[in-house]
Write a protein that binds this ligand. Sequence first.
Ligand SMILES: Cc1cc2nc3c(=O)[nH]c(=O)nc-3n(C[C@H](O)[C@H](O)[C@H](O)COP(=O)(O)OP(=O)(O)OC[C@H]3O[C@@H](n4cnc5c(N)ncnc54)[C@H](O)[C@@H]3O)c2cc1C
Length: 379
Amino acid sequence: MPARVVVVGGGVGGLLTANLLAKDLDRTQAAITLVDATGMHVFQPGWLYVALDKANARWLARDTRALLRREVRLVIDEASHIDVTNRRVDLMRGDHLEFDYLVIATGATLARDEIPGLRHTTHDFYSSAGAERLREALRGFSGGNLVVSVPPMPFKCPPAPVGFTLLVDEYLRRKGVREQTKITYASPLNRVFPISSVAGMVDDLFAKQGIEARTGFQLQRVEAHSLVSANGEEEPFDLAVSIPPNRGAPIAASSGLGNHQGWIPADPRTMAVLGTKDIYVVGDASNLPTSKNGSTAHFEAPRVAEQIVAAIEDRVPNPVRSRYRGLVICPLEVGGGKATVLVFDYDRPPRPLRPSRLWHTATWLFNRTYWFTVKNGRL
Ligand SMILES: Cc1cc2nc3c(=O)[nH]c(=O)nc-3n(C[C@H](O)[C@H](O)[C@H](O)COP(=O)(O)OP(=O)(O)OC[C@H]3O[C@@H](n4cnc5c(N)ncnc54)[C@H](O)[C@@H]3O)c2cc1C
């Protein structure tokens, strides 16, 4: 009987893992099922460009079926519970799936309601609807205090709010209202960017563009025109772009797998969920000590796939192809048609490269070839 492999979540991590498994295993070896709540795969980095009126949200979502190898069965439903002991995944509509191997790739969720006032008073570009609403707000913005605030770590793609701040500066200059606008970037950390080797470069970029950086500002609540920090400091705004706290998907907590924030504890090299057998976590859903990033999921997926394929083929996993060293590659748009790229792993912090047009072009090319990359498990 073929091994039953279930992948929960059809984002970057889940889609790629399912496709890679299907590429390496034939139907006599494995029956692979991908469960996704929506059946639409979304290219989230594009939301940054939607907010800034440079992209259309419609082009960022595609039918998951069209991106999956045909050997993979797609179930469009929400997984409601993972029963580790009885090795089954319950689905919202009443069915269940039994598994021999399970990959959890349920991503992160936005905890907008953890901060009173955040949902109805501020904007963000961390969802499709949020990005479109922010685009409208920016179209109507004619100057004043524009505040960008970020939550405590971890949240997905920490360079994205920095990139947004630098690009919104450019957007407002083009619109002719930058002179009338004060831009402030507020972070709960004691530096503007979480990774110290990059923080200095971001400080310089902000200073050059006249963007004010406010550190140690942990957002506690939002009032009509003011962000209020945990120690009572206020940041007045006319337009606030506040990235909500990020948490693990509800299923992690309801299945007893997540930590206090819903992130699933896993081995940082094998992505095996701690305390379980043949269960792995890929992408944002884990508590791995690295950046929550599409590239992280991209580099983890083949490692998890190799371990599952090896187990099914009853062989030892290839030691290189099955171990993740924490590699992350993330672009940072800095405006002026330039970008830099942050490359790091568990042992090496990023050394920021000088922003250039070349990296901007590379980012642009990557964004356009993304659909080709995830489809059919191509890497
Ligand atoms: C504005 C923005 C800019 C970004 N820029 C970059 C960038 O430049 N480079 C980069 O590498 N990364 C970037 N990222 C981060 C990147 O998009 C995420 O890290 C990546 O999508 C994580 O992949 P994932 O598979 O873990 O989760 P996701 O892609 O979020 O997918 C999770 C999937 O699980 C499904 N799901 C959740 N719960 C259930 C359930 N119970 N049952 C069934 N299905 C479920 C969801 O429907 C979803 O399809 C950015 C993110 C944002 C928001």
